[in-house]
Design a protein. Structure first.
Length: 380
């Protein structure tokens, strides 16, 4: 409705038809000035009001009113694919981002917690529903269960049959962040799980000579996982045969194994104990000693000592040899001293002049010899 009068207090209008009206109140009420509506439609986001003749804008819905609000929410998802970046919060669309942490299982199921910011739009059915972390009671937890067997009898063979089942699950922790505009998750702490079914059949037969034969067949099917979708499955059938002789004494047991889960009989108990563990799990450390290595090094040290002793004896003989200069005991006497004519000229060679310097020669030679001996010992 277009305004045709200046704003005056207590002035209004009333409709006389769907498109016309008259002014009321103020100085115009006595004259009944007529007015008419301009236009024939309302904007797409508004609704025509028949009572007032104007286009009313729609009221804001709850999502628009909450636009920009952020809070912490959780969402259930499969981490084998990227977690959702948009979630449904009470019918309103919200972006799910920031630093996202997830508690997950080995099959990829997880409950992720992050910051959800409402966009103002209403959600579609394709957006996963987010909830308050305080009510996330289905977050993966450590689970361990074992169902004991209830022995039965195989009617065809008369064998006693016993089947046990066990499951174990330990959740892992993943952290998700935005990489090139997409949420990418990394499992920081690996999740683990194991499902195992063991069936044992025991059959005893009495032989004509009075002896017995007992055969026990154990079939084990196991699936072990470490990390999301990183699993190994094995099936093992072990057969053990024993019984008693005719005189009642026990027969020696014999055994055989077929299947992917069999252990090598030549391996140690420590190695066998670690074979059933999933890939990436630590095994029991192998025990042992260093006796052989110690014996070897003891012999090397003994040989080095003998060689060192022999070298010192050689050095001693070399130092005391007549070929070396001998200084008089107690500092008395004299060293080599002689004069000789050479081409009409007499030359004097007297070592007394160098007695001070030669006194250190013996210790220099011993020091050098000691270095050689140490090199021999430690060269290996």
């Amino acid at each position: 409705m277009a305004k045709i009068f200046p704003a005056i207090d207590n002035v209004g209008y009333k409709l006389t038809s769907a498109t016309t009206g008259v002014c009321t109140g103020g100085p115009y009420s006595a004259t009944y000035i007529s007015i008419s509506r301009a236009g024939d439609s309302c904007p797409s986001d508004s609704t025509y009001n028949v009572a007032t003749g104007v286009c009313d804008a729609p009221p804001e819905n709850l999502c628009q009113q909450a636009k920009g609000a952020s809070t912490t929410y959780y969402v259930k998802t499969q981490l084998s694919a990227s977690p959702p970046d948009q979630v449904d919060i009470n019918g309103c669309l919200a972006t799910f981002g920031g630093v996202i942490t997830c508690r997950n299982t080995t099959d990829g199921y997880g409950v992720c917690t992050g910051t959800a910011t409402i966009t103002g739009e209403q959600t579609t059915t394709s957006s996963p529903i987010a909830g308050d972390p305080a009510t996330a009671d289905d977050t993966p937890q450590v689970k361990s269960e074992e169902l004991p067997c209830s022995p039965t009898t195989d009617p065809a063979t008369g064998a006693s049959v016993c089947t046990t089942q066990s499951t174990f699950s330990q959740p892992g922790d993943s952290t998700c962040g935005t990489v090139d505009g997409k949420l990418v998750c990394t499992e920081v702490v690996k999740s683990q799980s194991e499902d195992k079914v063991v069936q044992t059949k025991t059959q005893t037969a009495t032989n004509p000579d009075g002896s017995t034969t007992q055969t026990t067949t154990t079939t084990t099917a196991k699936t072990s996982c470490v990390g999301i979708n990183n699993c190994t499955s094995t099936t093992t059938t072990e057969t053990k045969t024993g019984g008693t002789n005719a005189d009642g004494s026990a027969k020696p047991d014999t055994s055989s194994c077929t299947g992917t889960g069999c252990t090598d009989p030549t391996k140690s108990d420590e190695e066998k104990a670690g074979e059933g563990l999933p890939s990436g799990e630590l095994k029991e450390p192998k025990k042992g000693n260093y006796d052989d290595a110690l014996v070897e090094w003891d012999q090397k040290i003994a040989d080095a000592k003998k060689e060192f002793k022999d070298k010192l004896v050689q050095i001693k003989d070399l130092v005391s040899s007549k070929a070396l200069v001998s200084l008089p005991a107690g500092g008395s006497g004299g060293l080599f001293c002689k004069s000789a004519p050479v081409f009409g000229t007499t030359f004097d060679l007297c070592l007394d002049d160098y007695a001070g310097q030669l006194a250190y020669l013996k210790w220099v030679l011993i020091f050098i010899a000691t270095l050689i001996a140490f090199y021999i010992i430690f060269r290996e």
